[in-house]
Each structure stands twice: as C-alpha cells, then as structure tokens.
Design a protein around this ligand. Structure first.
Ligand code: PBG
Length: 338
C-alpha cells in the first residue's frame, strides 16, 4: 500500500497532478458568452470620463459608442447593460421615458452599429429624478403603484428604441406584471424581462451611485430593496417575479449573496444572472493597485465562484479584462486609445 503504514486514505492529488488532468476534471469554465457588460451613457459629445472609484470604467457619450462596441466585439463580448445619465432631472424622472432620452438614443445607436449586440436596459427612475429616489415621492415615502406607471412607460420606450431585454431594478412590488402588460399591449410581446428579483439594500452600490449620479438626496433605499439578512425572502421575491412573467432573474450583489444564487439555482430552471456590483469591483481594483493581491487571479477566481454557485450570467465591470485574459492577451486600455 505504500502509505507508510497509516490507515487507508483516498488519493485526491492523483487528479490534480498536471494541468492537463486538472483541465479534464474542471467543473466550471467561464467564457465570454457568460458576461453582460454594464455601461454608463452620458449626455454630451466626446465624453469619456473615468469614474474615480472605478478605475477602467468610463462614462461615455453616445458618439463614443462605435469605438466601445468595436472593443467589445474584438473581445468576443456580445451583450451590454445600459445605464443613462441624463442632462435633465425632475421630480418624476420624465427624462427616463423620453423618446429622445439618453438611453433611447444609446439603444438606437448601438443597434445601428451592430444589431446582433444584445442590448439590455436598466429600468429604474433613480438616475432621472432630481431627488435620486426610485419613484414618485409623497414626502419621504416612495409611492409604489404610482411609480409603476413610470416604469411601464420607461420599459415601453426602451423596447420601442430597440432594446432586446428590459431589466427593472427598482424593486417596486408588482412591476414585472405591470411592465409585461404594458409591453404586450404595445406590441412588444417578444421583449423579455430580466428582473432584478432579489436586489439587496447594499453598501456595495456606493461607487455606482457616483458613476450614475444617483445618490439619494435624503434617506436610503431600505424601504424597497431587500434586507441583507434575509435569504428565504429572496425566493418569495423571485417566485413573485416569475409568476408575473419574468423570463430570467438577477441576484445582486454577487459575492456576498452566493448562497442566494445557489439556492435559486436549485429551485428555478430560468436563466439566473448575478450582478458583480461596483463596490465589489472597486475593492479588487484598490487592493490590486496597492499590490496587495494578484489582480488577475483574484478576478478570475471571483468570476468562477459566481458561475460555480449557479449563475449562468455574470454582469460585471470586469467583463472586458476577463474576456481579454480568456483570449490569452493582456487588456491594456492604451491598446484601444485613439
Ligand atoms: C438602480 C441601480 C443601482 C445599481 C444598478 N441599478 C443602484 C442602486 O440601487 O442604488 C447598482 C449597480 C452597481 O453598484 O454596480 N438603477
């Protein structure tokens, strides 16, 4: 037996001995098709402004989209999630559903560049309201049912502009059913809804709110986003969204909610996306810049863990660099500079 007389044991190391063997038994492999790349589209022209807390992530104006799409295509990435930063905000977020709003312009521009790119739009009001909240306010309270009207209008306007998928992220009750009905009544029966079904009231959204200029001017989002302490409640939220007609679901954030991803994968056979949010990105970038971690390995390990937990889609600001590494090249921002 040759084990120095110790009690019998299994030799797991046999299958870990060479890279070939490890590849052969690997359970989880990530590839560019797993990723959705989130983008911030801003009003104006010739804008390409790096978000200070998110190195490598830029707010870009619509005229920059050809170059952005070329870069994504060359990396083998084929889907984007769009957030808009309008030049005009008001109490009811009317620029969110304007026919010529920033997102509507961006969707049309991308579809003109390449209509094979899958364009997912974030449907929420917080980027478009002067107070930075996700809906219509009555004092400090967000009115649920009145807010649904705005969400329905936004979703229809995105679909009319050519969006392939709408993704409501507001966490109002009943919004998936309302949006489904609105889309169907307006001839968009084929537009899927990818709902942020389990979205937690998370401190990890901090850098995003800088990037999207959507910090609430008072209060927070705990009256509608989920309590980080709750897991079972996530499955009730997911079930309600599926009953109302969601085609797929998003769990957000990712790294600190992998138990929810894994539980959802066991229960539901729909596409599941996990959103690796801005704060998760910022932490890795900050540690890497300090030389405290091996950036590439930490990012690849993170992405693999999200997929291993059961997400078949990963929404991540790391998508470009990951795709580049998968192609065996180093992504340098300079490579794409003018
Ligand atoms: C709301 C929205 C948020 C994010 C995506 N959609 C912010 C919020 O709820 O305050 C966060 C994404 C991230 O942190 O990367 N429109």
């Amino acid at each position: 037996m040759n084990n120095n007389g110790y009690p019998p044991f299994r030799r797991f190391r046999r299958l870990r001995r060479t890279e070939g063997l490890r590849r052969m038994v690997r359970e989880t492999v990530i590839n560019p098709d797993d990723f959705i790349y989130p983008m911030f589209i801003t009003a104006g022209t010739n804008v390409r402004r790096e978000v200070p807390s998110m190195p490598g992530v830029f707010q870009v104006s619509v005229d920059q989209l050809p170059r952005e799409m070329y870069e994504l295509q060359s990396l083998g990435l084929s889907s984007v999630l769009l957030f808009g930063i309008p030049d005009h905000k008001d109490e009811i977020g009317s620029s969110g559903y304007a026919e010529n709003g920033i997102i509507q312009q961006a969707v049309r521009a991308i579809k003109e560049i390449d209509d094979q790119i899958v364009v997912v739009t974030d449907v929420c009001n917080c980027e478009y309201t002067s107070h930075g909240h996700c809906g219509i306010m009555n004092g400090e309270e967000i009115l649920n049912d009145e807010t649904l009207d705005l969400l329905v209008k936004s979703a229809i306007s995105h679909a009319a502009a050519g969006a392939d998928v709408v993704a409501p992220s507001d966490m109002m009750d009943g919004r998936v059913g309302a949006i489904r009905q609105g889309l169907d009544q307006n001839g968009f029966i084929n537009t899927p809804i990818l709902s942020y079904a389990a979205k937690y009231a998370s401190a990890f959204y901090g850098p995003f709110r800088d990037a999207a200029e959507s910090v609430p001017s008072f209060g927070d989002r705990r009256s509608h986003q989920m309590d980080p302490a709750n897991r079972r409640e996530a499955f009730l939220e997911i079930e309600a969204d599926l009953d109302e007609g969601a085609d797929g679901i998003i769990i957000k954030p990712a790294m600190t909610y992998l138990d929810v991803v894994s539980g959802a994968r066991e229960r539901y056979d729909v596409p599941i996306a996990a959103y690796n949010v801005s704060g998760e990105y910022a932490m890795i970038k900050a540690a890497a810049r300090n030389g405290w971690i091996d950036e590439q390995r930490v990012i690849l390990e993170t992405m693999t863990s999200i997929k291993r937990a059961g997400a078949n889609l990963i929404i991540s600001y790391h998508a470009k660099e990951v795709a580049a590494w998968l192609q065996g090249q180093q992504l340098s921002v300079e490579a794409f500079a003018d």
